[in-house]
Design a protein around this ligand. Structure first.
Ligand SMILES: N[C@H](CCC[C@H](N)C(=O)O)C(=O)O
Length: 285
């Protein structure tokens, strides 16, 4: 299978064209491809397919490095927009892609960046999903003897957000997996550690569900801005500085879609696997 390695602010992807070639992505194959020592290495595998609903240009599927399929990936959506034009699958400037749970609009900008309409954030606990009796801008989460104040927000995928005084010292590697697998998030969650610098700028580090800490997470950046606005600490246009770079996020408020703008880059093209013999060279199952 032919693939293209891509990245959006260092959040990296192996992207397959599922329209012009048969692609079989079983969980164990995803894990093998994502393996940074025995495979290609990536945070997520993306699959572009023929749209199944009218009004969409493509179907866009997302698989985390752990092999699980999920419904949203913001950095991947920007890479998808670049992928389909570079592959000659479309020459449109505005592309609509359908995902497991919704539809995204991807817009090429004159400076080469991509703006994604990420949809309306889910705030009702049942939609996130998150175990809480009512909607709130802040919840208490008990873990390991600590009680944490978090925001819980859905962007087509679930996110927990914690305020920290300094992202550089945030306990991402220890607290991230504990919150990712907390029972109050029945489908697990992505965990954002956010430092509010001013009303138009935050710093963010993210422990991603199914991938661990990544250099950037587009959907969590959107959720973090929604959380900060609902806490009354942010204005409606925010620069989000992540370890891999900066995203521009806009949210006009309740009932409105979140818009994210940032880069997407091609790294190289490849073939997976080269041959069955090469497959056996991977870490033994
Ligand atoms: N780990 C995420 C999927 C990838 C999201 C991230 N790479 C982005 O840019 O939004 C999840 O399990 O919901």
């Amino acid at each position: 299978m032919h693939f293209t390695k891509m990245q959006g602010l260092g959040n990296d992807f192996v992207v397959f064209d599922g329209i012009r070639q048969p692609v079989d992505l079983q969980p164990e194959v995803i894990r093998a491809i994502a393996d940074r020592h025995f495979g290609v290495g990536c945070d997520q595998v993306l699959l572009v397919e023929t749209a199944t609903s009218p009004g969409s240009d493509f179907r866009y599927r997302i698989f985390n490095a752990d092999g699980g399929e999920v419904a949203q990936c913001g950095n991947g959506a920007r890479c998808c927009a670049v992928f389909v034009r570079r592959a000659g699958l479309t020459d449109k400037g505005v592309i609509t892609v359908e995902t497991l749970t919704g539809r995204l609009t991807l817009q090429h900008r004159s400076n080469g960046e991509i703006t994604v309409d990420m949809g309306i954030p889910q705030l009702a606990p049942a939609d996130i999903p998150f175990r809480a009796s009512e909607v709130s801008s802040e919840y208490l989460l008990s873990t390991g003897g600590d009680t944490l104040r978090i925001a819980a927000i859905g962007m087509g995928n679930p996110h927990a957000l914690l305020r920290v005084p300094n992202v550089a010292e945030a306990p991402v590697a220890t607290l991230g997996p504990r919150i990712e697998t907390h029972p109050d998030f029945p489908e697990r969650c992505n965990v954002g550690f956010l430092e509010v610098r001013d009303r138009g700028h935050i710093h963010l580090r993210v422990w991603e569900r199914g991938a661990g800490e990544t250099l950037a997470c587009g959907s969590n950046a959107c959720a973090a801005v929604v959380a900060g606005i609902r806490w009354g600490e942010l204005d409606h246009t925010v620069a989000v500085t992540l370890p891999g770079g900066i995203l521009q996020i806009e949210w006009a408020g309740l009932g409105q879609a979140v818009r994210m703008t940032g880069p997407a880059r091609v790294v190289f093209d490849g073939v997976w696997p080269l041959s069955e013999a090469d497959c056996t060279s991977r870490r033994e199952a």
